[in-house]
Design a binder for this molecule. Structure first.
Ligand code: FPP
Length: 295
C-alpha cells in the first residue's frame, strides 16, 4: 500500500460550498466535522476535510485477495475481519458517527454451504473477541437484517452485544447481516399496511416518514458516503431506500487491503464532491453562504 495520502487542505472550500451531509427533509443534527481529530497522521488525517457523518461500506474482494495468495477463501474472510476491525477503529478515531458494514447479504446463502458455515463461525468469533474493546471504546453496536435464520448461539451473541453497548455514545457500528434492501423495504411496507389495516392511519397519510420508521436504519441518518471495494460498481441490494442521495465511491482495492490510507482517500474525495440534492450549484452556494453568515 502506498503512503497515506494527505487530505486536500482547503481544496474543497475555496471554490465550492462544503457538501451538506443531510438530504432535504432529513432531521437536523451535529454532523459537520471540520477536521479529523487530533494527530491521526497515519490515517492521512490532521488535514482540513469534511467527514461523512454516516459511512456505509460494501466489503468486497476477500475471495480474490485469498486466491491471489493461493489461500482458501476463508483466509480472505479472516483477513477481511481484521480490515473491518481496523476500519472501525479508524472511523471512531476520526469522529465518524455511523459506520454501516455489509457483512452478509440475504443472497450470500447461495454460496457453498461450507463457506456460509465458516462465515457464520467467523462472525461469532469476531463478536466474542471484539465485544470488550468495542464496549470500552464507546461503540454502540446494532445489527440490521433477518437474524432469525442464524444459529441460536450467534443470535444470542448479537443480542447480548447490542444490549451491552446500547447506551454507548461513540461510533454507532451497524452490521448488516442477512440483510437485503428488498427485504427491508418490504418489511417497512408491511408495517405500514398493518397500521392502515388496524385503523391506526389512513392510506392517504402514508408518507416518507411513515415508511422510513419501519426501515432497518430507522432513526439513523442516511449514509453520506458508500464505499465499495473490490472493483465492482453496483449496490447489490444494500440499503436501497437509504442510498437515494448517497455519494458512491468505488475502488479497486480488495477489502483486506483497504487500510487507513485508502479510507482517507475515500474521505478526501467525498470532501471534494458537491452535494446538491436536486438543487443547482448556485442554490447550494447561496445556502452555504447563508449558513456561514449565520455562524
Ligand atoms: C465479500 O467478499 C465479503 C463477504 C461476503 C463477507 C464479509 C465478511 C467480512 C469482511 C468478515 C467479517 C466482518 C465482520 C464485520 C464481522 P467476496 O467473498 O465476495 O470476495 P470476492 O468477490 O473476491 O470473491
Amino acid at each position: 500500500m502506498s503512503e497515506p495520502a494527505p487530505l486536500a487542505r482547503g481544496r474543497q472550500a475555496a471554490s465550492r460550498p462544503a457538501p451538506s451531509t443531510r438530504a432535504p427533509g432529513e432531521s437536523e443534527g451535529a454532523h459537520a466535522h471540520p477536521t479529523w481529530s487530533g494527530t491521526q497522521s497515519e490515517a492521512g488525517t490532521g488535514e482540513a476535510g469534511r467527514l461523512p457523518r454516516h459511512l456505509a461500506i460494501v466489503m468486497d474482494g476477500n475471495g480474490r485477495w485469498a486466491r491471489h495468495r493461493l489461500l482458501p477463501r476463508f483466509e480472505g474472510h479472516r483477513a477481511g475481519a481484521t480490515a473491518a476491525r481496523d476500519c472501525v477503529r479508524a472511523c471512531a478515531e476520526a469522529g465518524i458517527e455511523y459506520l454501516t458494514l455489509f457483512a452478509f447479504s440475504s443472497e450470500n446463502w447461495a454460496r457453498p454451504a461450507d463457506e456460509v458455515g465458516q462465515l457464520l463461525t467467523l462472525f461469532e468469533e469476531v463478536l466474542e473477541r471484539e465485544a470488550d474493546e468495542l464496549a470500552e471504546n464507546g461503540v454502540r453496536l446494532r445489527f440490521i437484517g433477518d437474524r432469525s435464520a442464524f444459529p441460536r448461539l450467534l443470535r444470542e451473541t448479537m443480542d447480548h452485544v447490542e444490549r451491552r453497548t446500547a447506551d454507548n455514545t461513540g461510533l454507532t457500528l451497524v452490521i448488516a447481516a442477512n440483510y437485503g434492501g428488498h427485504w427491508d423495504i418490504l418489511n417497512a411496507a408491511r408495517r405500514v399496511a398493518e397500521a392502515v389495516e388496524q385503523g391506526e392511519m389512513r392510506a392517504e397519510d402514508v408518507d416518507r416518514s411513515a415508511l422510513e420508521s419501519g426501515l432497518a436504519l430507522s432513526g439513523l441518518p442516511s449514509p453520506d458516503l458508500l464505499v465499495r471495494t473490490g472493483g465492482e460498481q453496483r449496490i447489490s441490494n444494500f440499503l436501497l431506500w437509504n442510498l437515494a442521495y448517497t455519494e458512491l465511491y468505488f475502488v479497486e482495492t480488495l477489502w483486506p487491503e483497504f487500510d487507513r490510507a485508502a479510507l482517507a482517500d475515500a474521505i478526501r474525495e467525498f470532501g471534494e464532491r458537491e452535494r446538491r440534492f436536486g438543487r443547482t450549484s448556485e442554490q447550494v452556494a447561496v445556502a452555504s453562504t447563508d449558513v456561514a453568515g449565520a455562524r
